[in-house]
Design a protein around this ligand. Structure first.
Ligand SMILES: [Zn+2]
Length: 221
């Protein structure tokens, strides 16, 4: 099966608890009549699944919800390898960079979206916290915002003309919509790193924030 066919796998959680595997084009009309509208829960590979290192110290748990989502890019090479294996290798690369080069306790981003559309947990504990909807893990991604924002990053470098893949964009929309639903964050409260710090991050994703907010709102029903 080529990467185009398995790049998006969504676990569908509606009021009935129905579970299904759907293609990217298939999920918009899936909600049963009368089911309460809710963002689809995307598949997210936990740190256990991709084999993360043990954090250096304890990742702070913050009770309550973040008030915004902040989009980043990882400044990795813009790979054409869209496999799940590459997503895991990239997650490890980011963690090594953050722990060994930056001296941080763990991966700084709460979640990372690969160019193949695979979503990985970053800062350990972020997935369990997201599923609870009642707490989040303090990441290390945006100076001044880490105690109130969830950091979602994208594999690749987008400050120099490169474009995200369609799969990456769709998964970014999916994780943003799900996180916004879980935490009760308005779709308008999605920002880019550069909105808070002096940085080129997240490049073209910042130009596309209006589109991202619109698509996230639509994905939430
Ligand atoms: Zn950033």
């Amino acid at each position: 099966m080529d990467s185009d066919h398995h790049r998006i796998r969504r676990r569908v959680l509606f009021g009935t608890g129905a579970v299904g595997l759907l293609g990217a084009a298939g999920f918009a009309g899936v909600a049963a009549p009368g089911a309460s509208a809710q963002a689809v829960q995307p598949d997210i590979d936990s740190t256990d699944v991709w084999g993360a290192r043990t954090p250096n110290g304890t990742n702070p748990v913050i009770e309550g919800s973040p008030n915004k989502l902040i989009v980043h890019h990882t400044v990795a090479v813009n790979t054409e390898d869209f496999s799940r294996e590459q997503a895991h290798a990239h997650a490890k690369w980011v963690q090594d960079l953050h722990m060994d080069d930056n001296g941080w306790r763990d991966t700084g981003y709460n979640f990372v979206v690969s160019r193949g559309g695979w979503i990985t947990e970053g800062t350990s504990g972020s997935l369990e916290a997201l599923l609870s909807g009642e707490r989040f893990i303090q990441g290390i991604h945006t100076s001044g915002q880490n105690t109130q924002a969830l950091g979602i990053s994208n594999e690749g470098s987008y400050h120099d003309g490169a474009e995200p893949t369609a799969a990456q964009w769709e998964s970014l929309v999916a994780i943003c919509a799900f996180a916004a639903d879980q935490y009760g964050i308005a779709s308008s409260e999605i920002y880019g790193h550069v909105d808070f710090n002096s940085t080129l991050c997240p490049g073209i994703f910042h130009d596309r924030l209006p589109q991202l907010r619109e698509e996230v709102e639509a994905a939430r029903g």
